[in-house]
Design a protein around this ligand. Structure first.
Ligand code: TXA
Ligand code: MG
Length: 318
């Protein structure tokens, strides 16, 4: 348990323009004062993130977003009521108080209230919204434990260790237009979940490729080793030095190591374990990684999005 003293010390680092890593319910974030352009610049520098990829601004209370965005849209209010705090980022027209560097110069800002007590206490104690991408080097595996942050960002001084995150993959990023909502990044909250609460008239464009978010690269979440997806990529014949990320107990094959992402077959469990398993296999004595796919429905859409992006770099020989 993180005590109030630790929260206040870390909040003081944010207020002074420093960087801190903190847990959310999805992945660990690398945070800075969202209203301090210099502090935000140091996030981009530490992550080696290109400046065209905007950051999510985290708030501790839905009321806070009125200062930063135009959020009167009824659809926005409905989603906030049902899904916040939670893994849903809303892309809204921004107010000029948000520095350009946070949004990569876009006229919108991504806002989210995380469902994690440490994150909420930190934001409240800092008294300012916190801009935070996932706390990994750009394009690499997202962190679901404090040790993953330490591995990729060893120079970072301040990490609030809240143990393993409880959802395991990043928030759903949603934008709006006159016709409906658009999922820019799939996550645990699915289009079906959102449609339950939006007015009947709203139309949804579900395919994230139709209107890609500026930061939606084909390659992302990459382990240092080659990653293959069973049934999608051509797998080397000899897997005796490879690891298998399995989603069912019945998987067969001659692998050096089998890591179960799920024993009960739920996609929630696969999501929680995915990045941690990739981090472990990156360090294990195996030559490459093979992952079993999950059915692409519900949160399976987000899981397959992450897996394909993680495999992309090596499949394309980069
Ligand atoms: O679960 C999460 O969302 C985690 C935790 C730390 O909150 N954060 C996270 O941040 O995943 P990051 O930077 O790794 O991914 C944010 C994504 C990027 O792909 C970015 O392009 C998109 O959100 N995004 C942010 N602001 C946007 C905007 N104004 N318009 C479109 N896309 C935006
Ligand atoms: Mg990220």
């Amino acid at each position: 348990m993180i005590d109030t003293d630790a929260i206040h010390k870390t909040a003081a680092v944010i207020k002074a323009g420093g960087l801190v890593a903190f847990p959310t319910e999805t992945v660990y974030g690398l945070g800075a004062d969202a209203l301090n352009a210099n502090a935000v610049a140091s996030i981009f520098a530490m992550k080696e993130r290109p400046s065209f990829d905007p950051l999510i601004v985290h708030v501790a209370d839905p009321e806070m977003i009125q200062q930063f965005s135009f959020s009167e849209d009824n659809r926005v209010q409905l989603l906030i009521r049902h899904f916040w705090p939670g893994p849903l980022t809303l892309v809204l027209p921004r107010k000029s108080i948000i520095p350009d560097i946070v949004t990569s110069g876009l006229d919108t800002v991504g806002l989210r209230m995380p469902a994690n007590d440490i994150a909420l206490r930190l934001i409240a104690a800092a008294g300012t919204p916190i801009a935070a991408p996932s706390a990994n080097k750009f394009g690499r595996i997202s962190p679901t434990r404090a040790e993953h942050v330490r591995k990729q960002l060893p120079e970072l001084q301040h990490i609030l260790d809240g143990g393993s995150t409880n959802l395991g993959i990043e928030s759903t990023v949603v934008a709006f237009d006159e016709e409906g909502f658009i999922i820019l990044r799939p996550g645990i909250i699915t289009a079906t979940d959102l449609r339950k609460f939006l007015p009947q008239s709203s139309k949804s464009l579900q395919n994230p490729a139709e209107k890609a978010a500026p930061g939606m690269m084909q390659s992302h979440y990459s382990p240092e080793k080659r990653l293959y997806i069973l049934g999608e990529n051509k797998i080397p014949e000899d897997c005796s030095a490879a690891a298998l990320l399995a989603v069912s107990e019945f998987t067969k094959g001659n692998f050096k190591h089998i890591e179960f992402l799920s024993r009960n077959g739920t996609k929630e469990e696969v999501a929680v374990n995915l990045f941690g398993a990739l981090h472990r296999m990156e360090e294990a004595a195996v030559d490459f990684i093979v992952a079993e796919p999950v059915e692409e429905t519900g949160i399976g859409i987000a899981i397959m999005d992450r897996l394909r992006k993680a495999a992309w770099r090596h499949q394309n020989k980069l």
